[in-house]
Design a protein around this ligand. Structure first.
Ligand code: S3P
Length: 434
């Protein structure tokens, strides 16, 4: 698919939808099931359709874990996993290919750093540019031996006996935190990780639900090694980061009344809803209930007049994936909005400060890039234009939602990258055509 075209005024966001299952929880379900020597059933994993041009992050994780000895089977849409225990993985015959997935790469580096064998890892050209030093350096403090190409992929993780200890998590990255938790499970002695900035906490919640080896005291995560993981099943809820696109679509288009069912409502993930509510968004969460320790429920959203907002500091790690779509909401809000302290956006599938600014500017937004953020002067309309995804799924989806309101026609070059997190995104969007 070379280009896709979206015509404004064609859409009305009324009705009831489901979004794909949560990617972060899906990755963790696969990794944690790999630590369970018995069978784990994972239902509602965001797997792909049969014919796809781009494989999803979760397929990448499955392939890498299978390469180190984990067994997977798919029966009636559920994934059954027979894992090996924390330190009993086996060497891969070839290079572990992390594809486009930063989460796969960083989590598996953590898991492999305390094994008794050497592993080689690589990724696609985009992943090769993304920093791995953020996991390499703290893992080296635990005794890991990792040689890389200037802190990037490709890299080699050698056999090491890791040692626990006390470490600070400065970056506010859930990927780094999870890599260290997985390493700590293979280390000698207790590990204490102090969270300086709060990031998504699915790993902690999920591990606590199936071992006694992880406890939390205030801002410290305490891990004992060699867990006995006991879990029969994980049921993965809908992804709030995918829901965010349709929430903003409903807010900025007239006459919307949308329900998004069965979404993960973990507070470290739906902070963007708090931000949109502060901007004047009419959004409600209902039917909340707990599964595997995670809060799940439905999200109701109506068209709203939005006003500007400042997004900064500690809230950034909790909305890191939603900043492109929040920027679109800001572009259509009254007043000037600011995104500050968000330098981390430069290390995602694209430099999301640059790509968000360049694409929204093409659509007529008054928007500026700063070193670590974005300044957006809101307007009451946008104009259709020729845009590009930069092969970044969240940028492609943001442009598509902008296209539902930008006057005229908006085209998106290389839109197929939406498959990374939302394979049927364009079909879902098409269902809202009048
Ligand atoms: C993720 C954490 C975030 C996020 C990514 C998924 C995870 O990255 O951007 O899409 O599942 O842990 P960082 O933790 O590096 O900010």
């Amino acid at each position: 698919m070379d280009k896709i075209k979206i015509k404004s005024s064609d859409y009305i966001f009324k009705g009831d939808i489901q979004v794909p299952a949560d990617k972060s929880i899906g990755h963790r379900a696969l990794f944690i099931a790999s630590l369970n020597k018995e069978m784990t059933k994972i239902s509602n994993l965001a797997m792909s359709e049969d014919v796809r041009t781009i494989s999803s992050d979760l397929q990448t994780t499955i392939k890498c874990l299978a390469d180190i000895g984990v067994q997977f089977a798919e029966v009636k849409g559920n994934i059954f996993v027979r894992g090996r225990g924390a330190k009993e993985f086996v060497p891969s015959e070839g290079i572990l290919d992390c594809g486009n997935s930063g989460t796969t790469a960083r989590l598996i580096i953590g898991l492999l750093s305390g094994q008794k064998f050497e592993s080689k890892l690589d990724g696609d050209s985009s992943l090769r540019t993304r920093p791995m030093n953020r996991v390499i350096q703290p893992l080296e403090k635990m005794g890991a031996s990792i040689s890389s190409t200037e802190g990037n992929l490709p890299l080699v993780v050698s056999a090491s006996q890791l040692k626990g200890g006390k470490f600070n998590l400065e970056l506010g990255s859930a990927q780094v935190k999870t890599a260290l938790i997985f390493a700590a499970l293979c280390a000698e002695g207790e590990t204490r990780l102090k969270e300086i900035k709060k990031s998504r906490n699915h790993t902690e919640i999920m591990l606590k639900s199936c071992t006694n080896n992880l406890t939390i005291e205030k801002d410290e995560i305490i891990i004992q090694p060699e867990p006995k993981v006991e879990i029969e099943s994980f049921d993965v809820p809908g992804d709030p980061s995918s829901a965010a696109f349709f929430i903003v679509a409903a807010l900025i288009n007239k006459n919307s009344e949308l329900i998004i069912r069965n979404v993960c409502l973990n507070s470290t993930r739906i902070h963007f809803i708090e931000i949109l509510k502060k901007m004047g968004g009419e959004i409600e969460t209902v039917n909340a209930h707990e599964i595997n320790g995670e809060l799940i429920g439905d999200i109701l959203v109506k068209s709203s007049n939005l006003k500007s907002i400042k997004i900064e500091k500690d809230s950034i790690p909790m909305v890191i994936d939603e900043i492109p779509i929040l920027s679109l909401a800001c572009a259509l809000a009254e007043g000037t909005s600011e995104v500050l302290d968000a330098g981390e956006l430069r290390f995602k599938e694209s430099d999301r400060i640059r790509t968000t600014v360049s694409e929204l500017r093409k659509l007529g937004s008054d928007i500026e890039e700063t070193d670590d953020g974005i300044l957006i002067k809101g307007k009451d309309n946008l104009k259709g234009s020729d845009c590009e995804s930069h092969m970044d799924h969240r940028i492609a989806m943001m442009i598509a939602i902008a296209g539902t309101i930008a006057k005229g026609v908006t085209s998106i070059k290389e839109p197929e990258c939406v498959s990374i997190s939302f394979p049927n995104f364009f079909e879902t969007l098409n269902n809202f055509r009048k």
